[in-house]
Design a protein around this ligand. Sequence first.
Ligand code: SF4
Length: 474
Amino acid sequence: MKFFFETYGCQMNIAESAALKLAARGEGWEETETSGDADLILLNTCSVRITAEERVLGRLAHYSALKKKGKSFTLVLAGCMAERVKEKIKDEFPALDYIIGTSERSLFPSILLAAKEKNSAAGAAEIPGQTPAVKPSEKAAEISAEKPVFSFSSSHLEDGSFRTFVPIMHGCNNFCSYCIVPYTRGREISRDPKDIVNEIRGAGTKGVREVTLLGQNVNSYKWEGPVSSGPGSAAVEQSGAGLDFPGLLELIAGETQNTPVKWVRFLSSHPKDLSGQAIKVMSDNPVFCRHLHLCVQSGSNKILKAMNRRYTAEQYLDLTARLREAMPEITLSTDILVGFPGETEEDLDQTLDLMEKVKFLYSYMYHYNPREGTAAFDLPDRIPDQIKQERLGRVIRLQEQHTKNQLKSRLGAEVTVLIEGISKKNADELVARTERDEMAVVPGLGSWIGRFGRIKLESLAGNTFRASHAEILD
Ligand code: SF4
């Protein structure tokens, strides 16, 4: 039995797809590179932007057409879009066999089983006069009757990978007025620290070098439940109850000391929740990479308030100043949303002004698109598309300047990089990343992938550094 996944959206979806793939492999399934060979096709979806949903609708139409032509496979819709459109989409795409919302991934083993049975039943049905042993439709009804709650998978490690995502919390309580996530992922749930540590420890034994802690808002991690005894370390058992995000970071810093894991990143951070204590733990422990993605969205207090971000531009600037004071080498990146309803030229100028002050290494920049079901959907004063595009253009041009200037100032530096893979442009070159989230290419061998090296940032091609050679460290 073979499976094929299409994963859309954020790192959380990538991590959850990895966990589902592990579950499938555990049941004896194999991954296939092409959907044409697959007995089960799963679309793990995103709802953040309408365009992401439109792409998935196109893929569903494609797979439905294949089924109509007689191709037999189990089609599964998972993730945020599945959660959001659950009821409506059943009628639109009857070819969909299963729709699993964000809390229902624990149903996946039953779906695998049902898909196997469907396959053998289909085989049996080809014999004239025989009745399939199991009716897949009965199995489907049984699965959809269950009402699971969200649970974390025990591992999210892609086969053979040297880095992994480790979810530490799930959901969001913030209700930013433009965002669909609290409606699709639900309220915040923090993961047992013992399970987090066990996952990192397990990844370390498989040679993982870099871990990224994941959550919609990692800074509001709060473990209040009891810590069960078991194979966890003494440190976990002592500090488990009442653990907050800085406490968790401290625990992880200790845990990774004697493992191959040398770099730890975390995202997403909400500016209102990033505490002084978290900054201190980060700066005291070099295992935490000197890069932080800190979404600002706007530099206008009026717009930040309308977005329900619950910080001001001044508070954001103070936070970035404290981060740089604690870690002068840190780089910052961000998300910027322009064209929010009611945004004036003056509001945009304040965003540009904030960008000038912070000088982000890079930004994800986008213009506002209303999402049905969010608080901002009905706001008046929508900005015309042409103006949104023009404002976005100004933000992008400023960011390009800042990126270029910051990268140029690094030329000549000798840095440690993690070698990530073979360059798509030149098979003799390797792609590497610094802890500050800068990209470089360097000639080298495929066997260096997943190892740390020292390189000199000799020149720049676009936003990528070039180095003539690397000294491999470990
Ligand atoms: S913090 Fe705001 S933008 Fe981020 S997931 Fe939560 S509601 Fe959405």
